[in-house]
Design a protein. Structure first.
Length: 319
């Protein structure tokens, strides 16, 4: 029996299959979550407005009205930000492209609807001094303290994504004297190897020594706790908790990825360390081109780097 494309199935009934298709495309956990959140908000609008929720009954006017609704405060919630609305748009658009491709509807209501503009945001992330304060605030030599110091140093030294760090296994990490490297599986299931230096290698070695005698030492995942494997949620909560204790409320793992990228591109003039090349940073961060490096990581605090370079070059001072 064929689906009646004039109305089709309820969007809620189709949502699990669509999410499965996202996971099958090897999209990151964060992308799957963000896209899913966009569809959830759209369903909230349909329920709030009394509009139909069958896939074939959705029209362009429903989408446009939803985008306006998102930007308005309601009794149940504050207005969503411009950047959130733009992100939700991507999730809704992904769902309807999938629904058309799967034959669940013959009309894409998103067609010819321009994506809402979102202003560029200045990404805030810790300075080296702030990150040192976070590390200094972690007291003790038990597994939790050694693990948390090692995780923060790993983020800051490699720029790994949260999912990449979470999914590390014992065999992925090699420590060779004062240096080491880790093999990770990035977006699109693309493997890469990222190196790290002496301080991170030492922190990892200190963690491994207590891990080997821990009751959960047989767990194949690298990061463990008293409850078992550390999850992305657990690591995110740990970073937030450790940041708050050091006077940085809201600290999250992606800020540490930005920290790594900014410091890599900035270099350290005082210690004779030249800035790294964007192409090399692309490989380390696991991007397929330098476009994302320039747009996201290159733009973050680009003004600071430009002024630092200007102070070194000082064109007017050479007159």
């Amino acid at each position: 029996m064929q689906t009646d494309l004039s109305t089709g199935l309820d969007i809620r009934a189709l949502a699990p299959s669509w999410r499965l298709s996202l996971e099958a495309r090897n999209l990151s956990d964060q992308t799957v979550y963000i896209y899913g959140r966009g569809l959830d908000v759209f369903l909230d609008y349909l329920a709030d407005s009394g509009a139909p929720s069958t896939v074939g009954a959705i029209r362009r006017e429903h989408i446009e009205a939803c985008l306006v609704w998102m930007g308005r405060e309601t009794d149940a919630r504050p207005a969503y930000s411009d950047s959130s609305i733009a992100t939700f748009y991507d999730g809704i658009a992904s769902f309807f492209r999938w629904a058309v491709a799967e034959g669940e509807t013959d009309t894409d209501p998103m067609k010819n609807i321009t994506k809402p503009m979102a202003p560029e945001r200045r990404i805030e992330f810790p300075t080296p001094a702030q990150l040192r304060a976070v590390l200094d605030g972690i007291k003790g030599d038990d597994l939790e303290a050694r693990r948390d110091r090692a995780i923060i140093r790993m983020f800051a030294s490699t720029g790994l994504r949260l999912a990449e760090l979470t999914n590390m296994r014992d065999e992925d990490v090699v420590i060779d004297g004062k240096r080491g490297e880790v093999k990770v599986l990035g977006k699109g299931r693309k493997p890469r190897t990222v190196s790290f230096g002496a301080k991170t290698a030492t922190a990892l070695d200190r963690y491994l020594r207590v891990r080997r005698v821990h009751p959960n030492s047989e767990i194949p995942w690298f990061w463990i706790s008293s409850k078992g494997r550390m999850t992305t949620s657990g690591i995110r909560q740990m970073i937030k908790r450790r940041g708050a204790a050091a006077g940085m409320p809201g600290l999250h793992p992606h800020q540490l990825r930005h920290f790594f990228a900014h410091e890599y591109l900035s270099g350290d003039e005082a210690n004779g360390i030249l800035p790294g090349a964007p192409e090399d940073l692309r490989h380390l961060l696991g991007h397929s081109s330098t476009k994302m490096i320039q747009k996201t990581y290159g733009a973050a605090k680009a003004e600071d780097r430009a002024n630092a370079m200007n102070r070194r070059l000082s064109p007017g001072e050479r007159l």
